[in-house]
Design a binder for this molecule. Structure first.
Ligand code: DC
Length: 224
C-alpha cells in the first residue's frame, strides 16, 4: 500500500495580516485540518511566564515546550485542561511569542508537534515559516501581507469592536517591532518562500483573499 500524499496549503505572513482568518476559512471550505502555528509560540510564552522562565532563556523555554500538555478543542486552546484561548491573545503575549520564537532550540522542539497536524484529507497551516521550513514541499504556498498601517488599523478596529482599550500609535509601533524581530532573527525568519504566491490584502476583502487561495489550490490540483 502506498502512503497517500497529503495536500498542504501554507499561508505565511506578518502579524495581524489576517492570515489566520483566511487560513481558517480555507480549511473549512476544503474540509481540511488547520494549524495555527502562532498559537504554539503564544502558548509557550504564556506557559513560561506562568513558570517565571525569562523569555530570553532559550534552553529552559525549549524544555518547557517539550513537556506542554496542550489540547486544541474546536476553537479552544487548553493548557493542563484550562482554557487559555483569550489569555494567549493579549498584546503582552503577542510580544512574548515573538520574543520566544527567536530561539532555535524552541523552534526545533515544536517541529514534530506541527508535522502531526498533517493528516488526510489535507492541511492549511499558517505562520511565519510554514512554507520555508516546516512544510517546504507543500504544493501551494501563499505569502499574505498588507502594509503596517493597514494591519494596525485592522487591529485597532478589532480591539474597539471588542470594547477593549486601543491606541493606534502604540499598535503601529508594536507591530513594526514584532515585524523587525520576526524578519531579522537567525532561525527561520519570516520570509517569502521562492515558490509562494504573493497576496497583498490592503484592498481585498476576506472573501476575495479566500477565493485567491482556493483558486490556487484548485489550479494546482488540476495540473498535478
Ligand atoms: O501568528 P501570530 O501573530 O499568532 O504569531 C505570534 C508570534 O509567534 C509571531 O510574532 C512570531 C511567532 N511565530 C513564529 O515565529 N513562527 C511561526 N510559524 C508562527 C508564529
Amino acid at each position: 500500500m502506498t502512503t497517500p500524499i497529503i495536500p498542504v496549503i501554507t499561508i505565511d505572513g506578518p502579524s495581524a495580516s489576517g492570515k489566520g482568518t483566511v487560513a481558517q476559512l480555507v480549511a473549512t471550505q476544503l474540509g481540511f485540518h488547520y494549524l495555527d502555528s502562532g498559537a504554539l509560540y503564544r502558548i509557550v510564552a504564556f506557559a513560561t511566564q506562568q513558570k517565571n522562565i525569562a523569555w530570553s532563556n532559550a534552553l529552559a523555554i525549549a524544555d518547557c515546550a517539550k513537556s506542554l500538555n496542550v489540547v486544541f478543542k474546536n476553537e479552544q486552546v487548553l493548557l493542563d485542561n484550562i482554557d487559555i484561548s483569550n489569555e494567549i491573545r493579549t498584546e503582552a503575549i503577542s510580544k512574548g511569542a515573538s520574543e520566544v520564537a527567536v530561539h532555535a532550540p524552541l523552534r526545533a522542539a515544536l517541529v514534530d508537534m506541527q508535522h502531526a497536524f498533517c493528516k488526510t484529507p489535507g492541511l492549511v497551516a499558517d505562520g511565519r515559516d510554514m512554507g520555508t521550513v516546516i512544510f517546504p514541499h507543500a504544493p501551494v504556498k501563499i505569502f499574505l501581507t498588507a502594509t503596517t498601517e493597514t494591519r494596525a488599523k485592522r487591529r485597532y478596529q478589532q480591539l474597539l469592536g471588542k470594547n477593549q482599550p486601543a491606541n493606534y500609535d502604540s499598535i503601529l509601533k508594536d507591530l513594526a517591532e514584532r515585524d523587525a524581530r520576526d524578519k531579522n532573527r537567525a532561525s527561520a525568519p519570516l520570509t517569502m518562500a521562492k515558490d509562494a504566491f504573493l497576496l497583498e490584502t490592503d484592498h481585498l476583502s476576506i472573501a476575495e483573499a479566500v477565493e485567491f487561495v482556493i483558486t490556487k489550490y484548485k489550479n494546482n490540483k488540476k495540473s498535478a
